[in-house]
Design a protein around this ligand. Structure first.
Ligand SMILES: [Zn+2]
Length: 494
């Protein structure tokens, strides 16, 4: 009886006391307490007289909304590791998957699986153009789609939108999307409009045809009348370095024109992808092309093999090192790498040619990150060599906030929470606000650090103390709690 009456007089499930509250809005932080009831933020302010089942002393640490990763590949291996260590250990509470044109199909089944087997974090998804195109065109994909095939892809997209997809993602540098016309993509984007769906794109080029690709996404935003987002915005070629201002001027002019265009970006000067993406014309045996790539797009020292199936002994080595090993010039070596990868695909199918490659300049990264409508993403996964999978968000807090002062802490958090929610159309998350879902991260701004590097890509960040998803703690001092409160995030206009 005593226990019961104690419970009855308790108002909240949890109070986190005496924290600096960064509420996600970008406004100055303030000292206070936050109360959670069930999965919701129930009160914010001076709660020194309030009661709760549990009280945590915040000791003036920073409390922020859980970070929202607008471009994530962490769904890979998610059901095998439902505690999502790579995600929650950097303070992320919501991931958005189905990126670069590649999604689970049908999304309805993916959502059902997530509901049956929940994971630690919230998961939203786009419907992926490449996945739809692959299902409709099959192996005969190196061509324009027919009107009938376009109709089929649109019907599948509508099915995913009915199930709750956030919108459509494209990966136009990848097969099979690279063979689509602008009209094909525009047709699909137009199907989003009645659903208030969004269009996000790994653009057709991030290097040599960048300006055309930028024109394509702006045109899609204008003609389809849907919000568009540039995925992992980058200027990944020598001749583009220093052009961030010019690119942002074009995008700002489009915004003035009424086009709702935003971008996400991860904080590293190197990317990770399939090595074949370096050859947009797919002319893999062309040594001149290989020489151009190694001079203009990246360098032989700048390419590190991450998961190269035809010769796994290359992994962890640079193209220069591998070329020396094989006694070939770097150009010849690059040609050998892509042709052997193609042969592997022919024989076995689905061979990985994953590399990390340095192509971007720090000044451009900073300018794009600071752009008012750019939010932070990881583009990461729980495997591979790129450290973004474990460290993108904490790197913003350490390197770009505490160390270089690129951002104030308020600004950095805004770009990882409320702005992210706005840019992908998620409601009731991304702010510490009464009535919002209790996704939160408690961290120490003085010690927070990304520890992941290419040499040690799975090193866990430090300084992230505790993380809650929908009011349930999922991470506490370097360990996951093996609790799975994550929800499926459906399009908020549903
Ligand atoms: Zn991408």
């Amino acid at each position: 009886m005593l226990l019961l009456s104690a419970c009855q007089s308790t108002e909240y499930d949890l109070i986190i006391r005496e924290v600096m509250i960064y509420d996600g809005s970008g406004k100055p932080a303030f000292k206070g307490d936050v109360a959670i009831a069930d999965d919701t933020i129930a009160a914010v302010g001076d709660l020194s007289r309030a009661k709760a089942h549990n009280i945590i002393e915040g000791n003036n640490l920073a409390l922020a909304p859980g970070f929202i990763d607008t471009h994530s590949h962490h769904d890979h291996l998610l059901f095998e590791a439902r505690d999502a260590l790579a995600v929650v250990s950097q303070g992320i509470t919501t991931i958005t998957v189905g990126q670069d044109g590649s999604s689970h199909y049908p999304l309805k089944s993916f959502y059902e699986r997530l509901a049956d087997t929940p994971v630690a974090v919230n998961v939203g998804s786009y419907s992926g153009h490449n996945s739809l195109r692959d299902l409709v065109l099959g192996k005969d994909f190196k061509r324009k789609a027919t009107p009938d095939e376009n109709r089929k892809m649109e019907a599948m997209l509508r099915e995913d939108l009915d199930a709750g997809a956030l919108g459509l993602s494209t990966g136009l540098e990848y097969d099979p999307g690279i063979y689509s016309t602008r009209d094909e993509v525009l047709g699909l984007a137009k199907a989003l409009q009645p659903y208030n769906g969004r269009y996000v794109s790994h653009m057709r080029s991030e290097d040599r045809y960048f300006w055309d690709a930028l024109d394509e996404i702006i045109t899609i935003g204008k003609s389809a009348e849907v919000p568009v987002q540039i995925s992992h915005f980058k200027l990944a070629m020598r001749s583009l370095w220093g052009k961030a201002d010019s690119a942002l001027q074009i995008i700002d002019a489009a915004r003035k024109d009424g086009i709702d265009i935003s971008a996400d970006i991860y904080p590293y000067p190197y990317w990770s992808s399939d090595v074949r993406v370096l050859f947009p014309a797919r002319n893999f045996s062309d040594e001149k092309e290989a020489a151009f790539i190694l001079k203009e797009v990246t360098t032989a020292d700048g390419i590190i093999f991450s998961a190269y199936d035809p010769s796994p002994d290359y992994n962890g080595k640079s193209l220069s090192e591998v070329a020396r090993m094989e006694k070939l010039s770097p150009e010849k070596m690059l040609v050998k790498v892509v042709t052997e990868l193609e042969a592997c695909d022919e024989q076995k199918g689905n061979c990985s040619g994953s590399i990390v490659a340095s192509s971007m300049k720090e000044d451009d990264i900073v300018k794009i990150m600071k752009w008012e409508f750019a939010n932070i993403c990881s583009d990461g996964s729980s495997s591979g060599l790129h450290p973004r999978g474990f460290g993108a968000f904490t790197r913003i807090l350490s390197n770009y906030t505490r160390e270089t002062h690129t951002f104030s802490l308020e600004e950095a958090i805004h770009k990882m929470t409320a702005l992210s929610a706005e840019n992908i159309g998620i409601a009731e998350r991304g702010q510490i606000k009464v009535g919002f879902f209790a996704d939160m991260v408690l961290f120490d701004p003085v010690t927070v650090n990304d520890n992941a590097t290419i040499a040690n890509p799975q090193a866990i960040s430090s300084g992230i103390k505790r993380v809650w998803v929908n009011g349930t703690e999922v991470f506490n001092t370097n360990s996951t709690t093996k609790r799975y409160p994550g929800k499926v995030i459906l399009r908020s206009t549903l």
